[in-house]
Design a protein around this ligand. Structure first.
Ligand code: NAD
Ligand code: ZN
Ligand code: ZN
Length: 381
């Protein structure tokens, strides 16, 4: 089959590799119908995630049709069309029982923190991903969710990560009626966090970025105010001026680390480059929120990243919440929002690209944020 394989930093290619097979009675094999490139893939692509092995298959956002099931699978059958949350989880451990699916204990036993993720390096379990024609889905009775007939396939693929992640970002902000919410980052996650903030009763939503195209997009898609950080001196002062001197009630970090800077960090023995600006976002979020406010972090950082101004956070009495999203927990509510027309996620898709062209698609998503929001990959056939 054809699959997106990692070659080296800034280089992936579509290559022919062996088809996946059932390895365990609870596995299924899914023929991929659509997959996406995610901002998280860029951390792999930029060489920031330790233990990203040459030849590993990217892709944690995919939907498809079940073509084979292991002998233990009860809830799925050949022909079912499913969306597959990016988390791999067992459904029964201490963490899964508390719906912390992204922290499942049984899928990545060597890690102390993160659970299993498709196509996201050996740091998250070494599972191959769905930017491919076929993918092996472990715990097939647990994660995959049937795609309702009235849900468009492009909305379904966005339900595997960006919609629930944006929603959880807003949820972790514990938004109250009429709150002012500042979202850093106008990528897919920030856009969906902004839309979710409205659903949770925000009175004002402000999105911060530095790419005109994305700021325009945010105003149209998320009906928000925007701040171009290139034109701002001190972010905290700017946000305070916008909020009667108090600061925002909630700040959301939907940026995480990017590869554009030169901060070096040792992570599990691997030297990683981290974006100088990444520290900036956390500082901005903590300094721009009002005293007693909430900071929600869904932007992804290296495991030992430590540039958090914790003293300011303590002195202001802030609540900080963060996690990888637990996709499955949010699906029923989000499917309802889409069915009722309150969310229209597929409007963020700007590019539909054949899987064969995945190398160029990564290059564009990485380097041309002024032309693209979300790219969907279409496998051959
Ligand atoms: P993206 O790369 O498309 O968007 C990031 C945006 O942030 C870009 O528009 C960029 O211009 C902007 N940006 C860069 N520096 C900034 C700054 N200092 N202030 C404000 N904006 C800034 O990525 P995405 O797909 O939207 O993902 C965003 C983050 O969320 C990534 O770190 C990704 O890994 C993470 N993520 C987390 C989860 C989770 O479960 N926690 C899931 C998916 C993605
Ligand atoms: Zn993703
Ligand atoms: Zn579990």
């Amino acid at each position: 089959m054809l699959a997106t394989t990692y070659r080296r930093p800034y280089r992936v290619s579509a290559r022919h590799v062996p088809d996946p097979v059932i390895e365990h009675p609870f596995d299924a094999i899914v023929r991929v119908l659509r997959s996406c490139i995610c901002g998280s893939d860029l951390h792999l692509y930029h060489g920031l995630v330790p233990d990203t092995r040459v030849g590993s298959i990217f892709g944690h956002e995919f939907v498809g049709e079940v073509v084979d099931v292991g002998s233990g699978v009860r809830n799925l059958k050949v022909g079912d069309r499913v969306l597959v949350p990016f988390n791999i989880f067992c459904g029964t451990c201490y963490f899964c029982q508390r719906e912390l699916y992204s922290n499942c204990h049984n899928v990545n036993p060597e890690a102390t923190a993160v659970g299993g993720i498709y196509g996201y390096s050996h740091t998250t379990g070494g599972y191959d991903g769905g930017q491919a024609e076929y993918v092996r889905v472990p715990f097939a009775d647990i994660g995959p969710t049937m795609i309702p007939p009235d849900i468009h396939i492009e909305d379904a693929v966005l339900l595997t990560d960006v919609v629930p992640t944006g929603y959880q970002a807003a949820e972790m902000g514990d938004i109250r009626e009429n709150d002012t919410v500042v979202v850093f980052g106008a990528g897919p996650i920030g856009l969906l966090a902004a839309r979710s903030a409205w659903l949770m009763g925000a009175g004002r939503v402000i999105v911060v970025d530095h790419v005109d195209y994305r700021l325009d997009f945010a105003r149209r898609f998320a009906h928000c105010e925007t701040v171009d950080f290139r034109s701002v001196g001190d972010m905290a002062i700017h946000i305070k001026k916008m909020t009667d001197g108090l600061g925002a009630d909630v700040c959301i970090d939907a940026v995480g680390c990017e590869a554009s800077g030169s901060v070096m960090q040792r992570v599990t023995g691997v030297t990683m480059k981290l974006q100088a600006g990444a520290a900036t976002v956390l500082h901005w979020a903590i300094n721009s929120v009002r005293k007693g406010g909430n900071v929600s972090i869904v932007g992804v950082y290296g495991p030992t990243f430590n540039a958090v101004p914790i003293g300011n956070a303590i002195n202001k009495g802030l609540t900080l919440r963060m996690n990888q999203a637990s996709v499955k927990r949010h699906l029923p509510r989000l499917i309802e929002h889409i069915q009722a027309g309150r969310l229209n996620p597929r409007e963020i898709i700007t590019h539909r690209v054949p899987l064969e062209e995945v190398s160029d698609a990564h290059e564009m998503f990485s380097g041309k944020k002024d032309q693209c929001i979300k790219t969907v990959l279409i496998p051959p056939g």
